[in-house]
Design a protein around this ligand. Sequence first.
Ligand code: GCB
Length: 579
Amino acid sequence: MIRPQRNAYRDAVDLSGVWRVRFDPDEEGEAAGWAGGIGPDASHDIAVPGSWNEQLAEAGYMNYVGPAWFETRFRAPQNPGRRVLRFGSVDYLADVWIDGRHAGASSAPMLPFEIDVTELTAPGAIVTLVVRVTNLLPVDGPMQRVTREDYLRENRRREEYLPAVRFDFFPYGGINRPVHLVTRPEAGIIDYRVTTATDGRVALCVEAEGGDKLRATIGGAVGEAPLIDGRAELTLTVPDPRLWSPADPHLYELSIELVAAGVVVDEVGQQLGLREVRVEGARLLLNGTPVTLTGFGKHEDSPIRGRGLDLPLLVKDFQLLKWTGANSVRTSHYPYAEEFYDFADRHGILVIDEVFSINLDFRKVGPETLVLHKQAVAELIARDRNRTCVIAWSLANEPGYLGEPEYRDQSEPYWEALFGHARALDPTRPLTHANVAYAGIDDPAFRHADICTINRYHGWYSEPGQLDRAAAALRADFDAAAQHGKPVFVAEFGADALAGAHATYDQLFTEEYQADLIEAYWHEIAAHPAVIGGHVWNFADFRTAQHGRRVIFNLKGVFTRDRTPKSAAWRVRRLWTGK
Ligand code: GCB
């Protein structure tokens, strides 16, 4: 899917701003005709992008789960071509109407979708856009839904979260990423795939219509190829290639033009780095050189905006990532806004790109789950496959979290199908998933992964306050995981720390204990020949659903939620930069 672009052939109007929202707990909106307009009553201002929860907490919507109807108006541009609405993502599902006529719906949660509205919008006309958003997940998706009713039916109220979730972060609802009104040629470039090699080769496969040849340029190299049956393949070679890496994230401008009878009729472009990623034995190679991953799991989470895209925060976070010496991030636990990957490309941050699937419970995997999981993988790869920064796909976080026997006994065919699907879609990047201790180190998914990724909390949920025992347990995990003969990666380790809490002895929740635990883990990670690095959980404190185990936030951040460093931030900086 090509991102919104502005050039001589394409345009994109950002519809960000203050919209109106009306909540619909009784699901009466459709019958009441809200699709044509939500009316002035009982509606609220809401910023888009942004989550409703903290913005409208005082109106009673902090913990709201259900449908909400958003409305704005825009003027349809008069440029020729197709008019397309492009949502960066809506949490989690959406239906869209233009002037009361149904225009389309979202696809996989946390990923972009497009709706062609050409026939619904006369050029120059002012139209009403209504989006029905719900933060209820699909029942059978790879991110399984749980509701309050489920907790009550299963009589497991001690595990009840408000709002009901299966994960340890807040289920923000809203239009959390930008919405663009895109105009593009009636017939033009549909999509493309680009792969790069360290000798400067850039291989392109382009799908297009309405032209007879493709022309591409990058770094002084120019190439052309005929368009045959809507496809063109060409390879360019950049002279004296300057390779992309965390130390030197050099980006070239790639431009692709569609030509019809000698006239350029469409153009798309992107920034592109030249690099190769490969797993060899127990090593991860970037441009042929082993790389040790330093960095964090993160979240899209900030005060008031919730999960809404926050550009100043992105600028700050990349400053802080570089300051700590991080060279990588996992997009735990869902695909992030595309703007995040722009920063990662520019700053040389390697990204493990994760599908939205957490704690997949194999007692409840239904026939649709694999179908929807495959779809989420396909849409993620389609969105991010041309990203220089993305070095691996993570297909799930902590499946089999409950240690259910069904996971060990029945999940292997599921993983075989899912990893096979991802590998067919992108043979150029390693595949992984994050293993939870309860799923065992003989996790069936490891048989299909290229990297054995583990999340471990020795010294926190187990061996609390005992770093020696924690380190020994971690070493044992490394030795066992290394038996798979693949690189081992620690995608999560950490401890909660309440900024300002201190002790002279090992005490959970103090800044010292968090910093010391991270250092103890890092020594083990750096010492083990099969381990390719580790990500501290988490970069910054983040809001969770309400639960007795969380003091509003998960406090495992090395930065507070407002990005003040705790002692651990200085400690990782010393460990990773020597400063
Ligand atoms: C995990 C999860 C992560 C949690 C973390 C924790 O294993 O992957 O989502 O936030 O543990 O802090 O408990």
